[in-house]
Design a binder for this molecule. Structure first.
Ligand code: NAD
Ligand code: MG
Length: 397
């Protein structure tokens, strides 16, 4: 019986994780569930899975949850505040920690799990974008097992030689005969929208992804392709490679989830439904396999497979992220922070869709050369970049 902690259980990835775990009650036990503030949803999850602990960042919401659980006769112990998330992520009984908080807020609890040498299933890409080098060093130092949940990185991981899967992060991919990692992306909902319409695009249009059902922030990131940019940076750290080793390919059908090209000319791809329960089941069972609720892919009904290059005018945020990856850790931390502020402002209809790139570009220009090494410096830069982005929005948008 492996004990699982889910950070961000009420979100899209959290719910998909619970749906996979529900199929395998003999192998996995839910030890803890956490959320920011959605009391009703977390209450329902606690009633179904009866975890030992539940935690909410919002103190009032935690108090409400405690009352509800007590009234329902549940034995789940409720914790409150951001610190409680780190405590649960590093609980001595936890075997697996699913890191599925959205944004920079996921960094500290995910690192807490890494520092206890847990098996960490990483969906929270922003944590790695902010702190890649430091994060991977901690993984090595504490012998944590890091398994990618992001579908592209999970696909690449599945296409790697077994030896590299076991000894990630130390040897270069070239030493295993790999010449390129091919990151695929659908191009989002605006793949064919005329560029002249971009200024008027609304949040509801941006979150309506053609293939994937996801949280609001990552849906907007998919529309700008900043998501692929963050994934580019994520791949650079996860697979210990250089920006030149990674190429982004648009594949609107979202059936090929990414590919690995070898120096002998072979290309290995992982295919599947656009459903996160496949990478989640893969990582939970690794190195074995187990069933998931995802229907099998039917090649009889398969439509065309098409590929193209992402246009720089359509997806300027993708190219900002690639540039940030080349600058280094300070640039990626600042860009991630600016993007979180810009996307939140766009979702609140305070700025236009096209302003997201303007905010991000201004912030990257300001902090591109900033050097950060320690966690304190990273967190400080994250705050400065947020402040800078907010100021830019007030003055220019
Ligand atoms: P979501 O918005 O649906 O859920 C986010 C979860 O994090 C919720 O449980 C929420 O309560 C919690 N949360 C939010 N703010 C928090 C805070 N300040 N402190 C603690 N908890 C907080 O997001 P999602 O779509 O499930 O994405 C989660 C992460 O997984 C993101 O980093 C995203 O990029 C990544 N990811 C998601 C998908 C997907 O299909 N949804 C695919 C690949 C990667
Ligand atoms: Mg992805």
């Amino acid at each position: 019986m492996r004990k699982v902690v889910i950070l961000g259980s009420t979100g899209s990835i959290g719910v998909s994780t619970l749906s996979v775990l529900a199929e395998h009650p003999q192998q996995y036990q839910v030890l803890a569930l956490t959320a920011a503030c959605q009391t009703d949803k977390l209450f329902a999850q606690c009633m179904q899975f009866q975890p030992r602990y539940a935690a909410m960042v919002d103190i009032d919401a935690a108090y409400q949850l405690k009352q509800l659980l007590q009234q329902a006769g549940s034995k789940t112990e409720v914790l409150a505040g951001a610190e409680a998330l780190c405590q649960l992520a590093s609980d001595s009984e936890a075997d697996i920690v699913m890191a599925a908080i959205v944004g920079a807020a996921g960094l500290l609890p995910t690192l807490a799990a890494v520092e206890q040498g847990k098996t960490v299933l990483l969906a929270n890409k922003e944590a790695l974008v902010m702190s890649g080098e430091l994060f991977i060093k901690k993984v090595q130092q504490h012998q944590a097992i890091l398994l990618p949940i992001d579908s592209e990185h999970n696909a690449i991981f599945q296409c790697l030689p077994a030896a590299l899967q076991q000894h990630s992060y130390s040897q270069s991919i070239a030493s295993y005969g790999i010449s390129k990692l091919l990151l695929t992306g659908s191009g989002g909902p605006f793949l064919t929208t005329p560029l002249a319409e971009f200024e008027q695009l609304t949040p509801s249009q941006a979150v309506a992804h053609p293939n994937w059902s996801m949280g609001a922030k990552i849906s907007v990131d998919s529309a700008t392709m900043m998501n692929k940019g963050l994934e580019f940076i994520e791949a650079r750290w996860l697979f210990n490679c250089q920006p030149d080793d990674i190429e982004v390919v648009i594949h609107p059908q979202s059936i090929i989830h990414s590919m690995v090209q070898y120096s002998d000319g072979s290309v290995l791809a992982q295919l599947g439904q656009p459903d996160m329960r496949t990478p989640i089941a893969h990582a939970l069972a690794f190195p074995n396999r187990m069933s998931s609720p995802v229907p099998p892919l039917s090649f009889k009904q398969m439509r065309d497979f098409t590929f193209s290059e992402p246009e720089p005018e359509r997806y300027p945020n993708l190219y900002l992220a690639i540039a940030a990856c080349q600058y280094g850790q300070g640039a990626t931390t600042a860009l991630n922070a600016a993007n979180e502020i810009a996307v939140a402002a766009f979702l609140q209809q305070k700025i236009r869709f096209t302003d997201i790139h303007r905010v991000n570009a201004a912030c990257l220009e300001q902090f591109a050369q900033t050097k950060v090494c320690t966690l304190e410096q990273i967190l400080q830069l994250d705050q400065s970049a947020r402040h800078n982005a907010e100021q830019y929005i007030r003055k220019h948008c």
